[in-house]
Design a protein around this ligand. Sequence first.
Ligand SMILES: NC(=O)c1ccc[n+]([C@@H]2O[C@H](COP(=O)([O-])OP(=O)(O)OC[C@H]3O[C@@H](n4cnc5c(N)ncnc54)[C@H](OP(=O)(O)O)[C@@H]3O)[C@@H](O)[C@H]2O)c1
Length: 412
Amino acid sequence: MKKELTIGLFGFGCVGKGLYDVLEQTELINANIKHIVVKDKSKKREIDASNFSFDPNVILEDDEVNTVVELIDDADAAYHIVVKALKRGKNVVSANKKLIANHLEELIKTARENQVSFLYEAAVCASIPIIRTLEEYYNTDSISKVEGICNGTTNYIFSQTDNGKSYAEALQEAQDLGFAESDPTLDVDGFDAKYKLSILIKHAFGLTVDPDQIFNYGIRHVKNQDVQFGKEKNFRLKLISNVIRDKNQLIPVVAPHFVKEDHPTYNVNDSFNAVAVKGLFSDQQTLVGRGAGAFPTASAVLSDISALQFDYKYEYRKEIVASSLSITDNYNINVYIGSTSAQELAAVRFEKTSEEYHGNDYHYKTGFVSLSTLKDINFNDRESLFLAVLPENNKGTLDKNDQTVIAEKTEI
Ligand SMILES: NC(=O)c1ccc[n+]([C@@H]2O[C@H](COP(=O)([O-])OP(=O)(O)OC[C@H]3O[C@@H](n4cnc5c(N)ncnc54)[C@H](OP(=O)(O)O)[C@@H]3O)[C@@H](O)[C@H]2O)c1
């Protein structure tokens, strides 16, 4: 039986207004918005001012509201709203990846204790239904790898640098088009992609990972020479969120990757997102779609609301096998590191070097560097360096320290 949903909506920005419009346009859902709570009393709204309140308790203390939809841009305020809503026995839908990644275990526990649902499909790759796919379709398959483009802003910028624009020009264009925030740090330094990866890991492997455990390096320091290096080899640059399972260890990495034509994300350009999942039985499948924007994001929120009509809850079925899993840094990764400073490049410890180039004002090395070495270097703050993971060769991109490595041979 479909339940009737009475919604309290927090936020009326890009996604909140998108959801309002989507709910107006669909007849397929038995849900109505009773209250909308926003923050700024002076802001001009696109619908009548009488629709808005500014006190969270208008929603949280209304017993008629059985569904809280949290679509605000402040992760700390969202935390208090979501916890209180769950404790008051309300189902919650959220799109806030930072909140979810940083508090996932507590939020799952609170939802379970209060026998309510906490759903967040929109938080990872917006319109791509990856969370529910991992939960339902892959609940019995053993997953060996999840990788994808989980941030549209950086993919848009890399698509433009591939077309010959500088990083600064591409960022400005992304900001003018509304893809990138005026402070784009969370996107361009790979934090947003890392929050999403930690959520994906929970659903793919059952393990809760503190985002601080995940290496994240963004795209801010890419230079024309780095793009040129890739072009000469027919590689494209993508900011990839990647987790590989090796026996009982998981190796999560967020970093630019040079990808070859056979990679599932090679043709995923502009602000599109993609997630590829590799299972023991299913092999590899890729979902591609819009990872941001009012309607694509609202469509995922709508799908969660619709699922609540049938009392849907995430089961986190992989949790039962997660106790044997752990995160490791004890891996060597096949990387390219370009630099405007020979000295700074020389200071990076390579376990094995496969190629080295020194020009007047530009240098690079390729080869294997341990993940723990990469973590120790704060690459996001090292302007002269640019790091990108190289395409998989026949021994894989990642290699155990104790194995012999056949590094990919590239020509200078
Ligand atoms: N935009 C996307 O494409 C996208 C995609 C996936 C996920 N998300 C996630 O969706 C959420 C919303 O993003 P958005 O792009 O819609 O943000 P946005 O356009 O900046 O809108 C934010 C809204 O939150 C409200 N707000 C902020 N703090 C509040 C508080 N303490 N109490 C009540 N309302 C508050 C703002 O109120 P005022 O209107 O009064 O300022 C505004 O309406 C974020 O978690 C974001 O990460 C966004």
